[in-house]
Design a protein around this ligand. Sequence first.
Ligand SMILES: NC(=O)c1ccc[n+]([C@@H]2O[C@H](COP(=O)([O-])OP(=O)(O)OC[C@H]3O[C@@H](n4cnc5c(N)ncnc54)[C@H](OP(=O)(O)O)[C@@H]3O)[C@@H](O)[C@H]2O)c1
Length: 351
Amino acid sequence: MIVQRVVLNSRPGKNGHPVAENFRVEEVNLPDCVNEGQVQVRTLYLCVDPYMRCRMNEDTSSDYITPWQLSQVVDDAGVGIIEESKHTNFMKGDFVTSFYWPWQTKVILDGNILKKVDPQLVNGHLSYFLGATGMPGLTSLIGVQEKGHITAGSNQTTAVSGAAGACGCLAGQTGHLLGCSRVVGICGTPEKCLFLTSELGFDAAINYKEGNVAEQLHKLCPAGVDVYFDNVGGDISDTVISQMNQNSHIILCGQISQYNKDVPYAPPLPPAIEAIQKERNITRERFLVLNYKDKFESGILQLSQWFKEGKLKIKETMINGLENMGAAFQSMMTGGNIGKQIVCILGDTSL
Ligand SMILES: NC(=O)c1ccc[n+]([C@@H]2O[C@H](COP(=O)([O-])OP(=O)(O)OC[C@H]3O[C@@H](n4cnc5c(N)ncnc54)[C@H](OP(=O)(O)O)[C@@H]3O)[C@@H](O)[C@H]2O)c1
């Protein structure tokens, strides 16, 4: 059977901006036989994630991800349906997910990398397993729980950068749900700002591309910032850190403003900002969701419960077709998404 897949076509270079043409679609033959321990799955939804930018370099400069080779099939999280199973955990018709899903319309996988998902947890929205009840949801929830030091009722203010993206939307809402009295988002367009305040319950939002961010932040966080969920790093984070309170906390989630630069992760703070961080005893520990696998099961249940109770609003930006994976990645890296950027490969869940 002929299937389509996406491979790495070229590298943007450590200091380059990724483009859709860095990826290439090609056809391959799917082998006929599924071996013991394997399953054949049809891909339903794929997604794109910022960390993939590092995998486009010859060397990821990271201890937990490997680079893609040129012409190697690209992988990231995916959701699909089992068409044939020779693995004891799975039956034909099961819905499954994995953080390591090849960008391919149908694929034979080792069953051990898959996890069965229950569509009822997300009222049938299977793509949510790539967003709100997938890695971004877990990152936001566990990040805030583990590194945010939120105490309900203590009048804390949370600032979130990259606030209208997959993690940011969920982190801001989680801040409120866990007891912060004020949540302020920072993002890149007026439409995103409006979405955060009118739909997700953020108390205020700042468009970092307009006006003076420091002045706006000062006005919107008059008592300073107690918790900072940092998705972007760079100038935005330097501005936020300058307005953080004594003994406050940074959740060092990501630094997307630095991913097209040849700098180590996490990039060191400029000396003046580092001095503020030290003087004010602001914590800034590296956070990696994959280090908290023991909390995933309970985290998914919590996120699903909040969603079903109407407490957690979920937003996706959906485009169609495997041929658009590269465009989806480029768009997400340049702010084209609100909520999780998803690519629908085949929404039809019937066998
Ligand atoms: N620590 C972990 O375990 C973990 C897990 C998942 C993700 N992450 C990190 O979390 C962050 C967000 O990931 P996500 O999947 O939720 O992506 P996302 O926020 O859905 O998408 C990326 C967003 O980043 C913003 N952006 C791009 N370039 C920027 C720049 N130079 N300055 C400021 N903002 C910029 C864009 O929005 P605007 O329109 O607002 O610019 C874009 O929509 C990333 O840094 C990622 O690496 C970490």
